[in-house]
Design a binder for this molecule. Structure first.
Ligand code: ACO
Length: 320
């Protein structure tokens, strides 16, 4: 059995901050941010807009797009690094919001590769016949983890959620390759506020910190490599791929990956200008935009590719 995507959805906070707003907060400017990252605006959650609420919003849209009710779900996985609560998990909060009483629910932390890892996990359950219908969500309120005084990181991140509903079907195709390099984890970190040594308010370690240059080099070397590995494993030619749906961390990273692979840049869609880097939410938000714009037709081959904290990365081949 293969999990076929029946529907997609997304949900972002109402409020959007442009680069000029950030230039009032830190020493930066619109031109620098656009040129170095491709980001123009990012959605930022306000009070009442939680990771769980965004996840539930994306889930409702995906169920509606799939033409299914919440009672059909028997598995809910939420990929997130920015849950409001460690217990209960965000997936259980989504279950409650949807009324998906039959589902088994858990969260997964795979940073910016999280949505792909949720998809792989759901596919494994569906392939084994353990569950039939799965909801997978990537949801983040990175604004909670952002140091709004650090110009090297605060310009990058945004909040939002994307979701997909998968159902087991006898025919279809899904393949994936993933890797992790835990020995390089120090280049991208965010410590838990639970650590006793940080005291009650947390320390600077509890914000997202990164060596931007190292993350950049990691992404532009590993992403083309893992995509090539997947294509070779599946005996699929680069030219057969209709869209490469890459994690949106930086427009220059996506352009560099397209160039290294020798792929047509038009097949590497971008939406980072509006959303910034939404970590595990970026791939499903982009997938949902392509779906709703009518750009995906049955039989099309897509590569999804994620990379980030861990460090982890991976690519999946889906046939729409
Ligand atoms: N505004 C203006 N100037 C800035 C800013 C800013 N916001 N930030 C840094 N600068 C300055 C630096 O101080 C430096 O000045 P100097 O030359 O006088 O020292 C100069 O701009 C260049 O800085 P770099 O860090 O070399 O700029 P770079 O071109 O590498 O771009 C960036 C930085 C955008 C962070 C890039 O390295 C990047 O995108 N890296 C990957 C980030 C990423 O993907 N992270 C993963 C996120 S984690 C996750 O997805 C959850």
């Amino acid at each position: 059995m293969i999990g076929k995507i029946l529907g997609t959805g997304s949900c972002v906070p109402a409020q959007s901050w442009d680069n000029n707003k950030l230039s009032e907060m830190v020493d930066t400017n619109d031109e620098w941010i656009r040129e170095r990252t491709g980001i123009v605006t990012r959605h930022v959650a306000q009070s009442g807009e939680s990771t769980a609420a965004l996840a539930a919003g994306a889930a409702r849209a995906a169920l509606e797009n799939a033409g299914l009710g919440a009672e059909a779900l028997d598995l809910i996985i939420v990929a997130t690094v920015s849950p409001e609560n460690l217990v209960p998990c965000t997936a259980c909060q989504v279950q409650e919001a949807l009324g998906a009483g039959a589902a088994t629910c858990f969260d997964l932390n795979g940073a910016c590769t999280g949505f792909l890892l949720a998809m792989n996990t759901a596919q494994a359950y569906l392939a084994q016949g353990i569950y039939r219908t799965a909801l997978i969500v990537g949801a983040e309120c990175l604004s909670n983890l952002t140091d709004w005084k650090d110009r090297s990181t605060c310009i990058l991140f945004g909040d939002g959620a994307g979701a997909a509903v998968l159902q087991a079907q006898p025919k279809g195709r899904y393949a994936q390759v993933t890797h992790s390099e835990g020995d390089r984890g120090a280049v991208l970190t965010c410590a838990s506020r639970n650590r006793r040594e940080f005291g009650e308010t947390g320390g600077p370690e509890t914000f997202l910190r990164m060596d931007g240059g190292e993350v950049f080099k990691f992404a532009v070397s590993r992403v083309p490599r893992v995509i090539a590995e997947l294509l070779e494993k599946e005996a699929v030619a680069l030219e057969e791929i209709d869209y490469f749906v890459l994690h949106q961390a930086n427009a220059r990273i996506v352009a560099a990956v397209a160039k290294r692979l020798g792929g047509d840049p038009e097949r590497f869609p971008l939406n980072i200008a509006e959303y910034g880097n939404t970590s595990s939410a970026s791939i499903p938000i982009l997938l949902d935009e392509l779906n709703r714009a009518g750009k995906l037709r049955r039989g099309m081959k897509l590569i999804l590719a994620g990379f980030g904290g861990g460090l982890s990365y991976g690519a999946s081949l889906i046939v729409w």
